[in-house]
Write a protein that binds this ligand. Sequence first.
Ligand code: DAH
Length: 345
Amino acid sequence: MDDKIEVVRREALDAIAAAQSMDELQQVRIQYLGKKGSIQALMGVMKSLSKEEKPAFGQKVNLCKQEVTDAVAQRQKQLEAKELAARLVDEKIDITLPGDNITTGSMHPLFMIQQQLEDLFIGMGYKVAEGPELEQDHYNFELANIPKDHPARDMQDTFYVDPNTLLRTHTTAMQMRELEKARGETPIKLICPGKVYRRDDDDATHSHQFMQCEGLVVGENVTLADLKGTLEFMANRMFGEGRTIRFRPSYFPFTEPSVEVDVSCPFCNGKGCSVCKGSGWIEILGAGMVHPHVLEMNGFDSEKCSGFAFGVGLERVAMLKYGIDDIRNFYTNDLRFLKNFDRFD
Ligand code: DAH
């Protein structure tokens, strides 16, 4: 009988030692210590023993059970330690490795200016209009009061595709499209930002492609004072509170009167510095009251309504706002330049 116990004990201890994983050990535990396991089966043998033999046999089986139980617990500890060690190697993170550089794009400065302008004018109830860059002479010039022989055409060296088709030289073409579309109905209150093109030689302040934002308001009793208030609001939002603006008489065929608009220099607060060349003022845009003839050509009764318009160059605003000294930076896609703008909202 004792041999039987010894056989089971040996087998169990060997199997425990041979178990290489927690799963294997669990199997072994069930096989020997489970309700239907080999050690329990030894207890069953007791029935066939004499009264005298029973206590000693029972004690030995119990000892065997205890020894196997202890051996399982010990092996479990070893296996847990082994699995943990393996996991630590497996999941090791080398914190000295350089991190993955996640490069994100950033907003183009001109697009930022466009969005800021859109935000501020939408806030005043303006709509944002869009139109074609490949434009008809009719909208770019004719409806803007610039007929074929008009000297103002020379001011805007134009890329012609054919005698009637051109790359728009100003967003004023969109102003004409919108006026025509309204068929004399007021009020109109919109801006049109977009690309424009001129046959200029590129240098620090000229680019054959650039951006403008046109503004147009038409209604009853729209005055030059409305224009001034609107532009002063815009100057404050774009260049910081405390800016003032001034009008200087100018000439555009599509406005009467026409003005050039200066903003008080944001760099020296109007005192005079190298940016404003000592004048305290910086020219930012052209504007005026929509010419009555333009209104009439587009089907409006110029006796009953009036309007103001303005056209601002986005590069000029961005250059002033962010201290950029060469307009070509906007179009050469140099990441060292563009990256500077990822810290602005
Ligand atoms: N179209 C003009 C230009 O490109 C800018 C301009 C001036 C637009 C006066 C206007 C305006 O709407 O009223 O130089």
